[in-house]
Design a protein around this ligand. Structure first.
Ligand code: FMN
Length: 187
């Protein structure tokens, strides 16, 4: 798909199935991620892929996090956590690996990781796949953070659920003029 067309038509899809991008397509998606703008060239990005059986490991981490918070969690609540990563054939955890010993503000490093995440979503869409960027409590949970190697100021910026859309939702109709303005100087 042509680049501008991909940018203008990306849409989240929550209902996902196989197939996921193959090895070569994934490589293209990560090459796109590594072109995220990056103040100071700190490369503040880490991507952890969970595919196939590996998704169960992420489910276990989410289950452990639940049990740390609520040792009496119901079987249904535990099952829900275990099943979350199974909602797509591929889940990519995107982590902003933050450097403190630099003049580049933490927020700029986190934004860079967000831009890398978006490049992945756009690239997946351009390749004919779909997905949804999810965050929620797991991004901020100490246990999940520790298990994914997020320490100190590091941030889990999201979990990218990627696969083939079972249903392609319609694009919302947004008017550019509602968000874009000409500067009128005050004189
Ligand atoms: C940082 C971030 C975190 C998000 N977390 C969630 C989430 O946990 N659950 C969810 O349903 N959508 C989440 N979203 C929103 C979806 O990814 C998506 O943007 C939204 O459903 C609107 O759909 P669209 O992208 O097709 O416009 C998040 C988006 C961002 C940028």
């Amino acid at each position: 798909m042509e680049a501008l067309e991909a940018l203008k038509t990306r849409k989240s899809a929550a209902l996902l199935s196989e197939p996921a991008p193959d090895k070569s397509e994934l490589s293209d998606m990560f090459a796109a991620a590594l072109r995220a703008p990056d103040h100071g060239c700190l490369r503040p990005w880490r991507f952890i892929c969970f595919q196939g059986e590996q998704r169960n490991s992420l489910g276990e981490i989410l289950k452990e996090a639940l049990l740390v918070k609520d040792a009496d969690a119901s079987d249904a609540a535990i099952e829900k956590e275990l099943n979350k990563p199974l909602r797509a054939p591929l889940v990519i955890a995107v982590i902003a690996k933050v450097t403190i010993e630099t003049k580049i503000p933490v927020i700029e490093q986190v934004i860079s990781a967000g831009a890398a995440a978006q490049n992945i979503m756009i690239a997946a869409h351009a390749l004919g796949y779909a997905g949804i960027w999810r965050s929620g409590a797991p991004c901020f949970d100490d246990h999940v953070r520790a298990r994914l190697g997020a320490v100190g100021e590091d941030q889990i910026v999201g979990f990218l659920y990627i696969g083939t859309a079972k249903k392609v939702p319609p694009l919302p109709e947004l008017n550019i003029q509602d968000y874009v303005f000409e500067w009128h100087s005050v004189s």
